[in-house]
Design a protein around this ligand. Structure first.
Ligand code: HEC
Length: 130
């Protein structure tokens, strides 16, 4: 009887721990922003202004803005594209992440690499539904 009680308690503790673990994993895998939101915030230019991406490419962004762009691209990589191959999506989003990191680190040529990685039409053709 006593052993049964301990066994039941152990099972309860274990499943509680497992439950928490599962929630954490799900939370981490879920992107903080969806693709549309990232496009609007990072790529679409507000009226009369440069987009966040353009400000970073032109060297006009603050450190905060560069880090914000990096976060958008890291979250972009966690999203699944509406169409096209997942490997190609990974290659493109990885290029955006690493070029933005290089810009933050002040590597020469990084802004140009970022501009090349962020070719709107190329990626839309491969991954955006009409
Ligand atoms: C790495 C791939 C990729 C790159 C680079 C990219 N886009 Fe997108 N963009 C997408 C995808 C995928 C969608 C479709 C999202 C959906 O329908 O869920 C999209 C959608 C959009 C939308 C529509 C968002 C909405 O609210 O429906 C805009 C605006 C946009 N992109 C602007 C741009 C601009 C401007 C650039 C270049 C500076 C650019 N994008 C570069 C992948 C990309």
């Amino acid at each position: 009887m006593r052993t049964t009680k301990y066994f039941v308690m152990a099972v309860m503790v274990l499943s509680l721990a497992a439950g928490l673990g599962v929630f954490q994993a799900a939370d981490e895998a879920k992107p903080k922003y969806d693709i549309e939101e990232i496009m609007q915030k990072a790529h679409k230019a507000p009226k009369g202004k440069a987009s966040l991406l353009q400000q970073v490419v032109k060297g006009k962004a603050s450190e905060e803005q560069k880090k914000q762009l990096l976060e958008y691209y890291q979250e972009l990589a966690k999203n699944k594209p509406p169409k096209g191959s997942v490997n190609d999506w990974k290659r493109r989003t990885d290029a955006l992440v690493s070029a933005t990191k290089d810009v933050i680190a002040g590597k020469p040529g990084a802004a140009k690499a970022l501009q090349n990685a962020a070719k709107c039409g190329d990626c839309h053709k491969a991954h955006k539904e009409d």
